[in-house]
Design a protein around this ligand. Structure first.
Ligand code: FMN
Length: 214
């Protein structure tokens, strides 16, 4: 059994769902997120905020945005102001959450570009991490993450486990900003025929049901 939140007594537990599938209603990781949301919805007081990156993709980080992030506020044009304001909004959403739920399908052995871009926005020196004399330090502390992952093959064990460049990458990105309490739920083997897909989905659904609110 897992305690699902880090909230303290009398605080409304806040969940940030960041969804990144490009497959809309067909998304398996989206279905996992929907199951978890249903479970959370029935508990009074839970606050759920959603960022659907698949449906509303962030523009990929480019040189113009990078320049804007390092320029003084009064030097920004209106486009740059909107871009940097969006970065601030995303960081605020992250910092406000007790639990961050990232749902993602594996695309070409890695993180969907939509989710990678979200990290490119929220990993900001001085705001979500900083460099110290003894190395980097995450500044987003006291939070928990849940990864809801869908894959065609199997990566939790067996010969293809070493080809999982998604979950280790996500854990690294999270730990860099200070989130080291990470639970991974995998729906895997989805491309191995209907029986394997059904079993993979059922296993993930059962794991989601064991995620309990504190
Ligand atoms: C563009 C694309 C690339 C994919 N690459 C992989 C892969 O490298 N390994 C894998 O196991 N499955 C791969 N798959 C299968 C997906 O991981 C699987 O369909 C999963 O359900 C996708 O998540 P989603 O349904 O939430 O979008 C790929 C699917 C797509 C659409």
């Amino acid at each position: 059994m897992f305690a699902l939140t880090h909230h303290t007594e009398n605080q409304m537990p806040k969940f940030l769902f960041v969804q990144s599938s490009i497959r809309g209603a067909a998304s398996v990781s989206g279905q996992l997120a929907a199951s978890l949301k249903e479970q959370l919805d029935v508990i009074p007081g839970n606050e759920i905020l959603e960022r659907n990156l698949g449906g509303n993709p962030l523009p990929v980080l480019d040189g113009a945005l990078l320049d804007a992030l390092f320029a003084p506020a009064d030097a920004l044009d209106s486009v740059q102001k909107a871009q940097t304001a969006l970065v601030t909004t995303l960081i605020d959403e992250l910092k406000a959450a007790d639990t961050v739920v990232l749902s993602a399908g594996m695309y070409n052995f890695g993180v969907p570009v939509q989710l990678k871009t979200w990290f490119d926005y929220v990993l900001q020196a001085g705001r979500t991490f900083r460099y110290t004399a003894s190395g980097p330090e995450g500044l987003v502390k006291g939070k928990r993450a849940i990864l809801l992952v869908a894959t065609g093959s199997v990566y939790s064990k067996g010969p293809t486990a070493t080809a999982d460049f998604m979950v280790p990458h996500l854990k690294q990105l999270l730990s860099f900003i200070g989130i080291t309490d990470v639970t991974v739920v995998r729906a895997e083997g989805l491309a191995f025929g209907p029986d394997a897909a059904k079993a993979g989905l059922e296993k993930a659904a059962a794991e989601i049901r064991t995620l309990k609110t504190a």
